[in-house]
Ligand binder design. Structure first.
Ligand SMILES: O=P(O)(O)OC[C@H]1O[C@@H](O)[C@H](O)[C@@H](O)[C@@H]1O
Length: 284
């Protein structure tokens, strides 16, 4: 059963929507940012990381869950880092229950709700979250509702919970070209075999395949992407992690971000055109 929850859990100061599928899979989404905070597959345990020191305040980015990055990834343009969608007031449209029992929540954002002087375009964005069984699917849609074409970059900045970052492996990145943000954006080529994390990792893998597989003690997690060409892998490591005021002590060791993203080739939308990108997490 799905239910809209306008009630605020005691630890949150923001309105959230609770989605519960017929099989017990569930997720919690903050209306601000249309930000998934929590996901538990049916019969399973929490699979997203949410910092205990995350801030829940109007206009403040939340550390953990799935921040929606639009219309600018990181510093890839003139806007503030990661654009405005993650802190914008999205509209909660509705929830529904699919025939297979999955819970679905719909959110929307337009230029009338949130825009920026540096990005003066007319758009209608949607964020759809579908939870059920072992899956969580998040779809970002963007329509150009103005008279001129525009370009954007975007990502679903997913904080995947891990037991110990030192034991994690990511499979599927073999031989890809990547921009190493931790090394001044140098273009490099990935080696063969799983990627392991032994310090700061901040990479944009270009034209990444789907799925990527996160292997860790809690079980495998498959990250499927459609519409997003690239994949970001990010962990701040111990030193930069300790400098993040909204990350709990040692928190860097308990997540890895794998982000379905459109960065290398910004998405260009002609007047009236629409784009969608979906990231589906499958817990194994
Ligand atoms: O601290 P923020 O603004 O949420 O950003 C976190 C990280 O997000 C990642 O996607 C970027 O690749 C990193 O460079 C960045 O540090």
């Amino acid at each position: 059963m799905t239910k809209p929850a306008t009630a605020v859990p005691p630890h949150l100061a923001l309105p959230v929507v609770e989605l519960v599928a017929a099989d017990g899979a569930r997720c919690t989404i903050a209306q601000q940012g249309a930000h998934v905070l929590s996901w538990t597959p049916a019969g399973g345990a929490e699979r997203l990381f949410l910092s205990q020191k995350a801030e829940y305040a109007a206009g403040v980015a939340i550390r953990g869950g799935i921040p929606v990055i639009f219309p600018q990834f990181a510093g890839e343009g003139p806007m503030p880092k990661h654009g405005f969608a993650r802190t914008a007031q999205w509209k909660f449209e509705r929830i529904e229950q699919a025939e297979d029992g999955a819970g679905i929540a719909h959110f929307s954002l337009t230029h009338e709700q949130a825009t920026h002087a540096l990005w003066p375009h007319h758009y209608a964005a949607t964020l759809t979250v579908r939870v059920g069984g072992e899956r969580l699917a998040v779809t970002l849609g963007v329509r150009n509702t103005g008279p001129k074409s525009f370009s954007f970059t975007a990502a679903l900045h997913t904080y995947l919970r891990v037991s110990d970052i030192a034991l994690v492996q990511v499979m599927g990145l073999d031989g890809l070209s990547y921009r190493d943000t931790a090394d001044g954006g140098a273009l490099k080529t990935a080696g063969l075999g799983p990627v392991e994390i032994s310090g700061e990792v901040d990479r944009i893998y270009l034209n990444a395949p789907s799925p990527l597989v996160l292997r860790e003690q809690g079980g495998d997690l498959h990250v499927h992407s459609e519409g997003f060409a690239d994949a970001v892998v990010w962990n701040p490591g111990a030193v930069k992690g300790a400098a993040l005021a909204d990350l709990d002590a040692g928190g860097y060791a308990r997540f890895l971000c794998i982000e379905s993203a459109a960065i290398g080739k910004p998405v260009k939308l002609a007047a009236g055109a629409r784009w969608t990108g979906t990231q589906t997490l499958v817990a194994r």
